[in-house]
Design a protein around this ligand. Sequence first.
Ligand code: B12
Length: 209
Amino acid sequence: MNILQQISDQIDLGDDEKVYELTTTAIEQKIPVKQILDEGLLQGMNIVGRKFKEHEIFLPEVLMAAKAMNAGMELVKPLLLSGNVPMKARVVIGTVRGDLHDIGKNLVGVMLKGAGFEIIDLGNDVTPERFIETAKAEGAQFIGMSALLTTTMPVMKEVVDRIRSENLEDKIRTLIGGAAVSKGYAEEIGATAYCYDGSNAIDYLNSVI
Ligand code: B12
């Protein structure tokens, strides 16, 4: 069986040691890192997401899959970061208040860093105040927010509204992403942009800086 297919299967089975082992082999075989990510690791998480949605699996299995995904990400991360690219802009990134999903946000952070952006990662469960105060204190030009839950996406609007009420729109632009949100939602709340993944975020940022 194709090694990327095996990585995906082992994420689905939640075996972090196997994922680590297989990802190491895939890297040694010089399979492009983007392909390992898309066709192995992310493919596995997509299957897990579908099964969770259809109640075929439950939270403990999802947690194990997330742990397995992270085991692979640890190996892929240095490759995404290699190459000394000059700093292009500073981005504060985080998952919004009440939301603990951080796999996608971490991945986007690593990809942006690899593309030459300075990333200040606030982690998950981040309040609007913390996003804005950090961006102001660090002189960041962008705030990147992640939300995976429909119940937490309104926090993004709180951030956008607050930036507007403090007249900071020209200084700090907002970028939103995560499975719960869409381009339409970004337009509705007045966020500067919606990006569906890390590559899309890199393209967007490169086009505006
Ligand atoms: C893994 C997972 C978990 C793990 C999270 C582990 C972790 N450390 O992140 C655990 C088990 C903790 C979990 C818990 C819960 N989860 Co959950 N979880 C998932 C699952 C299966 C996969 C998410 C994931 O990591 N995907 C892989 C990453 C790489 O993809 P991604 O996050 O979408 O990120 C990509 C893009 O969206 C984008 N992106 C993401 N963020 C950002 C930010 C910026 C700035 C940009 C530019 C781009 C960007 O780029 C990324 C890379 O391509 C999803 C299913 C799904 N389809 O998304 C459910 C899902 C998100 N969870 C769900 C639910 C309901 C829950 C719980 C409420 C369950 C419960 N009953 O307790 C809790 C909530 C906990 C909380 N308060 O946050 C629902 C949400 C439904 C909804 N409409 O709100 C989903 C959709 C599953 C479902 N279909 O029911 N979950």
